[in-house]
Design a protein around this ligand. Sequence first.
Ligand SMILES: [Cu+2]
Length: 192
Amino acid sequence: MKTLLIVLAAVLGVASQAHAACTSSTTHFCIDHDGVAYTINGGAEHQTLALTVGTTYTFEASTANLASHPFIITDNATGTSAATPFGASQGVTGGPLTALGDSLTYTPIAAQVGTQHYQCHVHPNMGGNLTITSTGGAADGASTPIDMATSPTPAASSGCSMSSGAGWSRFALLLALGLASLLFVRSRRARA
Ligand SMILES: [Cu+2]
């Protein structure tokens, strides 16, 4: 029985590391924090992002540091708890980002054209600007198809997932470990 527990602990240990690193793209932002400010996709602090009305962007926490620096999207230029995070009616689903792998999506709406912000929900001035521009469409993207010629590939939205090949081989490894531990325990019982 002791052996089984050890094997199970090993399997759980492997599984807990299964979250793949954040993969950035033009619509998928990996959010880090260096203790002073956010950095995005490994870039500089306080970076300005250019976003388009009607396009959906994913912001993913690529660090556990966000536990101390909850990441929000807001019209408040300073941040802190005085800032109200955008919600569903303002194009945001999910958030604040507080744990490694957390993600939210933001689809800017026409009323937000101009400057919006990403900020810390605790501390002032850790974020930066989001420059929102209109597509020029009648409904600013709400009912206008996104121009596929200028949009990133659809695969970008699955940026947090492992490649399916790696996922299956890991699954097979876990299954093999589990079966091996069961067989081992049974053989020991049979001998006893
Ligand atoms: Cu902070």
